[in-house]
Design a protein around this ligand. Structure first.
Ligand code: NI
Ligand code: MN
Length: 227
């Protein structure tokens, strides 16, 4: 699987001939100013929750690509009603759906969710995705939660994308515990460095995971890694 990091919590994953884009927030992010959203491909845009730092470029990229927006029912409905964009697939917690690239389950996140215009954004979530090329977990914005222990009961993960920036989500120390809960040794960090509140020490973070026998990957913005 090709995994490209576009800054903050924006990640593109190419799998099974399809391109998935998670939580697009690029044009408002100074750190990602070299990325042109018009160059980004997506067949599906998966949105974890309604906050602006997760949905800012979703509509533009969805329209450019005729992409399908996958999220909770409230967020998919909002894109449909506010923007005359109805190509969405609504889900809710605990539910799974077989797409043409693999099976997606929408799982719990402990966070909040409101859309940029104040509309109700449903409850926040994450995605567990099973494909013929491997399985992964995109946690979205979340605290460390006991619900993460459920994930290994239904999926053996190859890698996971976890927030590590603290303040708005769990920080590095809790993310190390989360990696244990989900029984996964290969972690891609996200939701760090974008704002002053979430700046982290990269070396310390990598060392904290290494001390527990785990790998923390921190790709540069625009960098693609193979997982
Ligand atoms: Ni958030
Ligand atoms: Mn966020």
């Amino acid at each position: 699987m090709k995994v490209t990091f576009y800054g903050h919590a924006t990640v593109q994953i190419e799998v099974a001939g399809k391109t998935l884009l998670f939580d697009p927030f690029i044009s408002p992010n100074d750190l990602a100013k070299d990325i042109d959203i018009n160059s980004i491909k997506a067949d599906y845009i998966l949105i974890s929750h309604g906050h602006a730092d997760h949905v800012a470029d979703a509509l533009a990229i969805a329209q450019n690509n005729e992409a399908t927006i996958v999220s909770n029912y409230e967020i998919v409905s909002w894109f449909g009603s506010k923007h005359d964009y109805s190509k969405g697939h609504p889900m809710n917690h605990g539910g799974s759906w077989n797409f043409d690239f693999g099976k997606v389950k929408y799982v719990n996140a402990v966070h909040s969710s409101v859309l940029p215009d104040g509309s109700y954004g449903g409850n926040p979530g994450g995605f567990v995705i099973e494909t013929a090329e491997g399985n992964f977990y995109y946690a979205g914005d979340t605290a460390l939660t006991m619900d993460m222990k459920l994930i290994p009961l239904f999926t053996k993960l190859n890698f996971a994308l976890l927030p590590i920036g603290d303040n708005f989500t769990m920080g590095v120390d809790e993310a190390v515990i989360a990696a244990d809960f989900i029984e996964c040794d290969q972690i891609v960090g996200m939701h760090y460095d974008t704002f002053g509140f979430i700046k982290i020490d990269h070396e310390k973070a990598i060392a904290a995971f290494a001390a527990k026998g785990k790998t923390l990957l921190l790709p540069k913005i625009g960098e693609t890694i193979e997982l």
